[in-house]
Design a protein. Structure first.
Length: 239
């Protein structure tokens, strides 16, 4: 079984630009390793056949080539010139994912200490699954869940519970992901003018079972802003 891992890496990273960083956000380093490589490291498997599909504007090809080859020599690159959010970026890869194989959509700016294989074993029992951790920051996406960790609702930048989505979303079948994403785009479900991944579960969950996968807060490293990057550096330094 092939697992397609979609990772959009074309975001502007404006807060890093404003803070004086020269590299695109995915290539900014944390302890000598680019952020995108930390994120991909969280999705490495010792037993599964995983294929990374990176989505970005091809004008950055030369900058990314060495790092992406190091992550996965067999990776696929998909051009995204629209840049209207992660969901529209991911749908550009539909010809690679519109089948029965699972899809994992992952942001390029987080790192988690876990066993990815254990998460996939858990996720394959359901139609979808998302790792969650405790938070109240309004910059994240959130999942409203019941006592059995069934996902009832998912929202972007709206604190509907105290369970934040990590930024990794599992879909049991790529064809279902494509259908749900297109439904969301056609309905123009946007947040701050962009199409995000989290609300896709609201299209997907009507007749599907989506489970939350709780993580310990100390195992989660969010790398989306200069402040979060500095915090991660301090936490890693202190063990």
């Amino acid at each position: 079984m092939l697992i397609n891992i979609l990772m959009p890496i074309g975001g502007r990273g404006q807060r890093f630009v404003d803070a004086g960083f020269k590299n695109p956000k995915p290539l900014i380093e944390l302890n000598g390793k680019p952020i995108v490589e930390w994120s991909a490291q969280s999705l490495k498997s010792s037993k599964l056949d995983c294929r990374f599909i990176f989505i970005y504007n091809r004008k950055y090809t030369d900058s990314f080539k060495i790092v992406l080859n190091r992550i996965d020599p067999e990776h696929i690159c998909v051009d995204d010139e629209i840049e209207k959010g992660m969901a529209t970026a991911c749908i550009q890869a539909r010809k690679y994912i519109e089948d029965e194989n699972p899809v994992v959509v992952a942001a390029c700016d987080q790192f988690v200490k876990w066993n990815f294989d254990e998460f996939v074993d858990f996720a394959l029992k359901y139609d979808g699954a998302c790792p969650v951790f405790r938070s109240k920051k309004d910059a994240y996406s959130y999942a409203k869940i019941d006592d059995d960790f069934n996902v009832l609702q998912s929202a972007e930048k709206n604190v509907i519970s105290d369970w934040a989505n990590l930024g990794i979303y599992f879909f049991r079948r790529g064809s279902d992901f494509v259908e749900a994403t297109e439904n969301m785009i056609n309905k123009k479900v946007v947040t701050n003018g962009e199409f995000y991944i989290a609300p896709i579960y609201n299209q997907y969950a009507i007749n599907k079972k989506i489970k939350a996968y709780p993580l310990k807060q100390e195992d989660v490293f969010i790398l989306g802003t200069p402040e979060e990057l500095s915090e991660a550096e301090e936490r890693m330094k202190n063990g």
